[in-house]
Each structure stands twice: as C-alpha cells, then as structure tokens.
Design a protein around this ligand. Structure first.
Ligand code: 5GP
Ligand code: ZN
Length: 115
C-alpha cells in the first residue's frame, strides 16, 4: 500500500521522523511542520490514497472515527477552545502532499485567523 516517493508514507514507516500525536492501527496523527496555529495536527490513513476521492469506505470511516478522541486530546493539550478540520483535495484546492490528510487547526477567540 506504500507509495515509494510519498513523504507521508515515509513518515508512516518511520523513515522520516515526526512529532506523533495519536496512532491507531489504521491512522496516524502528527504535528504539522509549519503550523498555522500552535498544535496544528495532520491526521492521515496509514495506507496510501492520494485524495479524499480515492478513500475506500473503511479507510474513510477509520479516519473519521479518530477525530472525536483526537480533537478532544488536542483541545486539552493546547488549551484551545475550538478546532477547524480542513482537507485540501487536488492541486487547485491547495493540496501539496498527495497522501490524503486532514488538518486539525486549534483555534482561540480573537486569534485573527481566517480560514
Ligand atoms: P496540504 O497543502 O497538502 O494540504 O498540506 C501539507 C502539509 O504538510 C502542510 O501544512 C505542510 O506544512 C506539512 N508538511 C510538509 N512536509 C512535512 C514534513 O516533513 N513533516 C510534517 N510534520 N509536516 C509536513
Ligand atoms: Zn503515501
């Protein structure tokens, strides 16, 4: 399932380090290297699928199932009061890494971010 040239597949197999936030059998979450706000986390299926449109149902379900516990943990760890969940799919939508991923972006009142 791994894609040889994919950065996130390399993170999944440990060839490139990451700051791991959460992990299940099917899903990995780690801090974004260039955070929009403190605690900005990426959550990915461990299997390689380029975009949302390529996700088999079970992979999508497992990815989404990780969000409630992960979201709660991020709020608790960062002290943020809100959280944006964003997904860029395909180049025209801003996707740069073609291994499907969700951005979890902690928010605070008055942080001035416009997403
Ligand atoms: P995209 O634009 O594809 O939705 O987002 C890709 C995200 O991956 C960006 O927010 C970028 O900062 C993050 N990123 C790129 N390279 C690395 C890396 O080597 N490690 C980590 N942790 N994040 C990365
Ligand atoms: Zn990949």
């Amino acid at each position: 399932m791994e894609h040889a040239d994919c950065l996130f597949c390399k993170i999944v197999k440990g060839a490139i380090p990451c700051a791991k936030v959460y992990e299940t059998e099917a899903v990995l979450a780690f801090l974004d290297i260039n955070p929009v706000t403190p605690g900005h986390t990426l959550v990915i299926p461990k299997a390689h699928h380029p975009t949302l449109f390529d996700l088999p149902e079970e992979v999508g379900c497992r990815l989404f199932a990780a969000l409630p516990p992960l979201g709660r943990a991020i709020l608790e760890a960062t002290g943020a009061t809100g959280l944006n969940v964003q997904m860029n799919n395909r180049e025209s939508a801003g996707q740069v890494i073609f291994h499907a991923h969700l951005h979890l972006i902690p928010r605070r009142a008055g942080d001035g971010l416009h997403l």
